[in-house]
Design a protein around this ligand. Structure first.
Ligand code: HEM
Length: 235
């Protein structure tokens, strides 16, 4: 307990919390992207996958709780560290929040992070809670069901995503939000490697290239879905 308290109080501890929770969220982002890409295999693949997740309620709720805890701890440690850094900054730094050589991504971490959090709330209301008022299609997504070969009824996630992204404003909003997510990750993954102590002499050159590469893979993987629907390549 005492050790936990020290972890959350010290700057190094908070950096470790931010890196470990960031790692879990990045792993989730890759897993979720792989799930989404099944849309290119047709309705059967993605609907079977979504049904499998929805029918394992205990596992689903454990995953949701882990993710929620990571999101809360990640935002908390980021805000605390920012406030502590500001308080420790000499007066001459006033009005010059970061060294000039810092990248755009690193200078906008808090802002991009908060916008991503807002996007995730919208996204959960859109496709998980299926709130009709915010999908701008006039369709109740909960009513989209289909019958399996065995005659069982399941949610038609394929049609839901297609109808959802046929709305250009919604699809473009997703593209912009995912762009911000990947900008955040291009610096975040690198900072995570640093905090976890992996940026040693040997690995540094490789890890510096790996972070933007991973961010680009996520960007292209995620935006391919709304763009493919919008361009009528899917649906
Ligand atoms: C454009 C790309 C995306 C598509 C097509 C997409 C699609 C979906 C769909 C269809 C669901 C509902 C699954 C179901 O109820 O069966 C879902 C849930 C979710 N998505 Fe996404 N998503 C995208 C991007 C993202 C991003 C960038 C994040 C955050 C990093 C994210 C985080 C989540 C979370 C946390 C859930 C809730 C999982 C749950 O608790 O059930 N998604 N997504």
């Amino acid at each position: 307990m005492n050790c936990c308290g020290r972890l959350f109080r010290s700057s190094v501890g908070k950096k470790l919390v931010m890196a470990a929770t960031g790692l879990v969220l990045v792993l989730f982002a890759f897993g979720h992207m792989a799930g989404n890409l099944q849309i290119f295999l047709g309705p059967e693949a993605i609907n079977r996958y979504a049904h499998f997740l929805q029918s394992n309620k205990e596992l689903l709720w454990i995953a949701r709780l882990v993710l929620l805890t990571c999101v809360v701890l990640h935002i908390w440690s980021a805000l605390r560290l920012t406030l502590e850094n500001r308080a420790a900054r000499p007066a001459g730094y006033e009005g010059n929040p970061a060294p000039p050589e810092a990248s755009f991504a690193s200078r906008t971490m808090i802002m991009s992070g908060l916008i991503i959090a807002a996007f995730v709330i919208y996204h959960l209301l859109h496709y998980t809670a299926c709130v009709q008022a915010i999908n701008f299609t006039g369709t109740d997504f909960t009513s989209l069901t289909e019958k399996t070969e065995l005659g069982l009824e399941r949610h038609d996630v394929y049609r839901m995503v297609v109808i959802g992204f046929r709305q250009p404003v919604v699809a473009l909003f997703y593209v912009v939000a995912v762009g911000l997510l990947c900008l955040h990750l291009s610096h975040g993954i690198q900072a995570m490697f640093q905090s976890l102590g992996w940026m040693n002499h040997r690995w540094r050159p490789l890890l510096l290239k790996l972070s933007p590469t991973l961010a680009w893979i996520l960007f292209l993987g995620y935006v391919s879905v709304p763009l493919a629907v919008l361009l009528r390549l899917v649906g």
